[in-house]
Design a protein around this ligand. Structure first.
Ligand code: GTP
Ligand code: MG
Length: 470
């Protein structure tokens, strides 16, 4: 279990009542102040004058009234206030929310009144940290809250929601349970050394270990690899010789006239980068200068930049002009991107026709799509093909998957390595006390993920990523 006893003795003890402005700074229709802790209600009653007399606050009920300055008796703002009695609250403590007008000055004024009445200003993420320390959510769910706040696309949001529901936490808890039952057997073998041959059945144990621990951990790592692109996005570079329609394709994907398009070869001199959302994945798309031999000075610098960007890109869209015969520049480019994930994009099919099967001879084994950046024909197919290439399939649904983040993934890898050690140990009939050490290490790694064994440093690191008021 997490050692929370230290917390209770520090000035940041969970029983201190904390308060913060929960809405973001700037203009807004309303702004919300949140208070959590044992003094939340008494602070509210000191500063709130309800419109109608109320004998006592009913939990989870909104009351209309005024916040008043206790020193002068003057009104500060007209508000709605709610008291939520523990444990059915965000933090599992008593919580008060005051919904004011969205003026930052008003919010600051009310907050300082609350602080003067004994609450302490909440640290970033402290409300969510309390929800975790008080056992309402596990650590994976707390991290999901950060992800939810930071998600940039619908796919990222889907991942966060899935994690917020506790899917990953449940899965990890199940795997830990299997580890605990294996450890129980091994502990018996340690206690009765003379009988260990009968107690440990290496074949059954290995089977259990593979089925209930190693395979699920491997699946989680595979899922982390797939899900990474929803969180971090991908970078896609458009390459091709001059005038094939690279900038037109960038504009088509962006649905706006971002880059200059002309009939003159060598129009784009610099790289142009934009971020767009393709079916839930943040995609950084890079338009480049057309690559050809014998370009003049400025164009040559542009070509050099394009080559630099190429090394960072996750995927290359190699553009060809269907209305022109293939030339050497096309083939040279194709060879130069050979070790990159590449999608061949045949453009201008509105003037050349769709049948491009002859390209199969020149570019075997490279996936192809045919488009018109002008009429937008084939753009949807291009997006689908692009995602299939980077995610290894388009039917994967981030909202229904367990996708560990980087921190969780490292712990899963640690647990997997230990579990594999146990498997190897069983094969050579390693003494049970050595097996027990590896099992414990796997348990600790998994405990880190859900917050059972997570150290205070790691917790601080996680909650520091939050904003104040969350
Ligand atoms: N008919 C037709 N014309 C296109 C299509 N895509 C681009 N063009 C035309 O091709 C010419 C070149 O387009 P750009 O998008 O500037 O080509 P680019 O590859 O960015 O060219 P550089 O920046 O010079 O390397 C322009 O006249 C476009 O209107 C298409 O799908 N169909
Ligand atoms: Mg261009």
């Amino acid at each position: 279990m997490t050692d929370t006893s230290a917390d209770f003795n520090t000035p940041h003890a969970p029983e201190a009542t904390i308060a913060a402005i929960a809405t973001s700074p700037g203009f807004g229709g309303i702004g919300i102040i949140r208070i959590s802790g044992s003094e939340a209600l008494s602070i509210l009653t000191s500063i709130f004058s309800p419109h109608n007399d109320i004998p006592e606050f009913r939990s989870h009920t909104l009351y209309y009234g005024w916040i008043k300055d206790t020193r002068t008796g003057l009104p500060i703002d007209e508000v709605l206030a709610v008291f939520m009695q523990a444990p059915k609250t965000y933090t599992r403590e008593n919580v008060v929310e005051i919904h004011c007008h969205g003026s930052y000055l008003v919010l600051q004024d009310i907050l300082s009144r609350i602080i003067s009445l004994g609450a302490r200003l909440a640290a970033p993420g402290e409300f969510t940290k309390r929800a975790f320390l008080n056992g309402r959510i596990d650590l994976t769910q707390a991290e999901a809250v950060i992800e939810l706040l930071q998600a940039q696309t619908s796919g990222g949001l889907g991942l966060a929601m899935s994690q917020l529901q506790g899917r990953l936490g449940t899965l990890i808890t199940d795997i830990r349970q299997s580890l605990l039952s294996l450890r129980a057997i091994i502990e018996v073998a340690i206690d009765f050394p003379d009988d260990d041959v009968e107690i440990i059945n290496p074949a059954t144990m290995s089977e259990q270990l593979s089925r209930d621990i190693i395979t699920p951990l491997q699946n989680l790592i595979a899922s982390a690899n797939r899900g990474k692109i929803y969180r971090e996005g991908i970078s896609v570079i458009i390459l091709g010789r001059p005038n094939v329609g690279k900038s037109s394709l960038l504009n088509a994907l962006l649905k706006e006239e971002r880059a200059i398009v002309t009939a003159v070869p060598g129009t784009t001199r610099d790289t142009i980068e934009e971020v767009l959302d393709i079916k839930g994945i943040p995609v950084r798309i890079i338009d480049t200068a057309g690559i050809r031999d014998g370009a003049e000075e400025v164009e040559e610098i542009g070509i050099e930049r394009a080559r630099k960007k190429l090394t960072e890109a996750d995927l290359v869209l190699l553009l060809l002009d269907a209305s022109q015969p293939l030339v050497n520049d096309d083939k040279t480019l194709y060879v130069s991107v050979k070790d990159k994930k590449t999608l061949l994009v045949v453009n201008k099919i509105d003037i050349a026709g769709r049948d491009q099967s002859f390209l199969d001879d020149t570019f075997p084994d490279t996936p192809k799509v045919s488009i018109s950046a002008k009429t937008l024909e084939g753009i949807e197919e291009l997006e689908t093909a692009l995602l299939r290439l980077v995610s290894g399939g388009s039917d994967w649904d981030p909202g229904h998957s367990c996708v560990p983040n980087v921190r969780q993934r490292l712990s899963i890898e640690g647990a997997l390595a230990s579990a594999e050690q146990v498997l190897a140990g069983l094969a050579v009939e390693l003494p049970p006390d050595l097996l027990a050490i590896e099992l414990q290490s796997a348990l600790d790694h998994l405990g880190d993920i859900i917050g059972e064994t997570t150290t205070e440093d790691v917790l601080d690191m996680i909650f520091e990523q939050f904003c104040i008021g969350k």
